[in-house]
Design a protein around this ligand. Structure first.
Ligand SMILES: NC(=O)c1ccc[n+]([C@@H]2O[C@H](COP(=O)([O-])OP(=O)(O)OC[C@H]3O[C@@H](n4cnc5c(N)ncnc54)[C@H](OP(=O)(O)O)[C@@H]3O)[C@@H](O)[C@H]2O)c1
Length: 334
């Protein structure tokens, strides 16, 4: 294995809070060496999540980033070029999907060091873009559904009525497909331009969120929701409340202050209907499950747009704009 350490490579970083896409800088940095539990990856693709630019905005300050300059983005796919001394599950030449630590970032670059514990093999059937879409968005969708009580074991008869809000987004499109794989009845909200797509990916009923009917979130067939996978913002509890079944839950991934307050009130008042805030956690087995589902053709990564690393700013701006259909992918080229 020829060490890449010290050679220069291209990366995109920012040096302070704020500034959006215009504050991204293209730089040459040294290729790092993997420590004993790490692997060095030559990246083929990465995908942007809203958390990436929220960190830049300072929304998680003072925790993230730990220091500047910071190379953002955590969700990557590429090839292993070097492995640390304690890594025996991976070898040079393996194609992989990996979720990098948020505190270190590194995904907007040609090379990055990743923890072997969050790096999974990527079969030939899963392209780099399809794989790079999975980590944060796919794990959030899967964990939200599990939190709603949906089981994914073969033969599980869930039959739950699920609403997915912002179903055309990165998380929402995975949530719709996974809920169908979990044998749920799925209602989904999205804009008019994505109604067909969301239906084709499995939603039983779709609501245009910009219409009065869509704004009520009511299921056209009159079903009450056992769970809402809530990926949109600015929808108050008073809108959800009448649409929920007796013990219905809203799994809220957007973590708005009003939602956190509602969650606390529902809990201390022993309300049958609950609001459950959810923060995704890194989980290698679940990432392997998602990669496997893509390999089997049971789960699709919908790619909103592809941008070369040299134009990462366009990808960044697109994510900040908030109107992606699926995943925004940055490609590193050959
Ligand atoms: N808690 C966690 O661990 C966690 C993990 C991942 C994501 N998140 C958060 O979850 C949210 C969604 O993430 P994402 O990656 O899916 O975002 P995204 O890909 O940027 O979502 C964009 C999509 O949302 C749609 N949309 C926006 N507002 C809507 C509304 N009111 N009703 C229906 N659709 C709406 C847009 O449709 P139009 O273009 O038609 O408007 C667009 O297709 C973000 O706030 C993100 O920060 C949290």
């Amino acid at each position: 294995m020829v060490s890449q350490a010290g050679k220069l490579t291209h990366a995109v970083q920012y040096e302070s809070y704020g500034g959006g896409a215009a504050a991204l800088k293209h730089v040459e940095v040294s290729i790092p060496s993997p420590k004993k539990h790490e692997v060095l990856l030559k990246l083929e693709a990465s995908s942007i999540n809203p958390v990436d630019w929220k960190i830049q905005k300072g929304m998680i300050r003072p925790f993230l980033p730990r220091k500047f300059p910071y190379v953002p983005v955590t969700d990557v796919a590429g090839e292993v070029v070097e492995v640390g001394s304690n890594v025996d599950s991976l070898k040079a030449g393996d194609k992989v999907v990996s979720m990098l630590y948020l505190r270190r970032g590194g995904g907007l670059a040609e090379y990055v060091v990743a923890s072997a514990s969050m790096t999974v093999k990527r079969p030939a059937e899963v392209s780099a873009a399809e794989g790079a879409g999975l980590p944060i968005a796919g794990l959030t969708a899967l964990q939200s559904l599990k939190s709603a009580g949906i089981r994914f074991k073969v033969g599980s008869e869930n039959g739950a009525n699920i609403l997915v809000t912002a179903a055309s987004g990165g998380v929402g499109l995975y949530a719709v497909q996974l809920a169908k794989l979990g044998n749920c009845h799925v209602t989904a909200t999205c804009g008019a331009r994505n109604l067909e797509l969301v239906k084709n990916l499995g939603a039983d009923e779709v609501l245009d969120y910009k219409t009065p009917g869509g704004a009520t979130l009511e299921s056209p067939s009159g079903k009450k929701y056992d769970a809402v996978i809530h990926c949109a913002t600015r929808i108050p509890w008073s809108t959800f409340e009448p649409t929920l079944s007796e013990k219905g839950k809203v799994i809220d991934i957007t973590l708005e202050p009003a939602a956190i307050l509602t969650a606390a009130i529902k809990k201390i008042t022993f309300s049958k209907k609950q609001l459950v805030p959810l923060i995704m956690s890194a989980n290698k087995e679940e990432l392997e499950l998602l990669v496997g589902l893509v390999k089997e053709g049971k789960l699709k990564t919908v790619v909103d747009s592809r941008h070369p690393l040299s134009q990462a700013e366009a990808a960044w701006a697109k994510s900040i704009d908030g109107h992606a259909t699926g995943k925004i992918v940055v490609e590193m080229g050959p």
